[in-house]
Design a protein around this ligand. Structure first.
Ligand code: BT5
Length: 238
C-alpha cells in the first residue's frame, strides 16, 4: 500500500482522481490532516477539521459499471469493522453510505467512478471518519469516536485497519451476497420504521432489506414493497 500524505488539501478524492489519471497504482491511499473542500454526495460539504480521518483509495476493479455501488458497502463494512476492532466503539451502518452511532453520524463514504462503455476503469473510494474531534468541533447531528469512547485514537492504526479489512473483502468481490449480508446484519435500521426523502417523494415503512445493486426495500403496507434507489433516510422508531 502506497500512502501519500498531506497536511491540508481541498479534497483527498480530487487528489486521488488526479493521481489515478496519471497512472497511480491500485491501493494508492491519499490522506490529509485537513480538507478545505471536503465533499459529500451531490456536492454537499463535508466538514474535515483536524482530528478526523480523511482519505481516499484508488481502485481499478473488474466490475460492470452497474455494480460499483458494491464498493460502497464493502468500504462501509471495512470501516465499521476497523472501528470496532481498534476502538471498541460499536458503530452501525445506515443506508446508503453512513456510519453511525445511536447519537449521530460518525462517518460517510463517497464513491466516484469512471467507466469506459459498461466497464469500470477506475474508482475513488473516499472515506471520512470523525475520530478525535470534540463535540464543539463537529457539525450538528454528528458524533466522533472520541465523544463515545472518551479517549483519543491513533489515526494511522485506524487507516491501516480499514484498508486491511477492505483488501480482505475485495478478494471475494464476486461474492456480492456476502458483502451485502454483512452490511445488512450491522444496519441500524434493520426491520425498523423509516422514512426516506426521495426525489420522487417520501416513502415510509419498514426497511426490510437491500437489493443486489444496493437499493433499499421498504415494506409500505401489507404485501406492498417499494424499492428506493436514492434519498435521505430517517429512522422513525424502534
Ligand atoms: C457523505 O456524504 O457522507 C460522504 C462523505 C465523504 C467524505 C470523504 S472524506 C475523504 C474524501 N474526500 C472528500 O472530499 N470526501 C470524502 P453525504 O451522505 O452527502 O453527507 C453529507 C452531509 O453530512 C452534510 O450535508 C452534513 O449534513 C453532514 N456532515 C458534514 N460533515 C460531517 C462530518 N464531519 N461528520 C458527520 N456529518 C457531517
Amino acid at each position: 500500500m502506497i500512502v501519500v500524505r498531506y497536511q491540508r488539501i481541498p479534497s483527498t478524492n480530487d487528489k486521488a482522481k488526479a493521481l489515478a489519471s496519471h497512472g497511480a497504482p491500485d491501493w494508492t491511499v491519499v490522506v490529509s490532516e485537513v480538507q478545505t473542500r471536503g465533499r459529500g454526495r451531490k456536492g454537499r460539504r463535508w466538514e474535515s477539521h483536524k482530528g478526523g480521518l480523511w482519505f481516499s483509495v484508488i481502485l481499478r476493479p473488474k466490475l460492470p459499471a452497474g455494480k460499483v455501488s458494491l464498493l460502497q458497502f464493502l468500504a462501509s463494512n471495512a470501516t465499521r469493522r476497523a472501528v470496532v476492532e481498534e476502538t471498541g466503539v460499536r458503530a452501525w451502518l445506515k443506508w446508503p453510505n453512513d456510519l453511525v452511532l445511536e447519537s449521530g453520524k460518525l462517518g460517510g463514504i463517497l464513491v466516484e467512478s469512471k467507466s469506459v462503455g459498461n466497464k469500470v476503469s477506475s474508482v475513488i473510494l473516499g472515506i471520512g471518519l470523525n475520530v478525535n474531534q470534540t463535540k464543539r468541533h463537529l457539525p450538528t447531528a454528528a458524533t466522533s469516536i472520541y465523544v463515545s469512547s472518551g479517549r483519543e485514537h491513533r489515526l494511522d492504526d485506524l487507516l491501516k485497519s480499514i484498508v486491511d479489512n477492505m483488501r480482505s473483502q475485495y478478494q471475494s468481490l464476486s461474492d456480492s451476497a456476502n458483502i451485502l449480508d454483512e452490511w445488512w446484519l450491522n444496519c441500524i435500521h434493520r426491520s425498523r420504521l423509516v422514512q426516506v426523502e426521495t426525489p420522487r417523494g417520501i416513502v415510509k415503512g419498514t426497511s426490510i432489506g437491500i437489493n443486489p445493486e444496493g437499493s433499499l426495500r421498504i415494506e409500505t403496507g401489507k404485501l406492498m414493497v417499494e424499492t428506493v434507489v436514492e434519498g435521505k433516510l430517517r429512522i422513525l422508531s424502534d
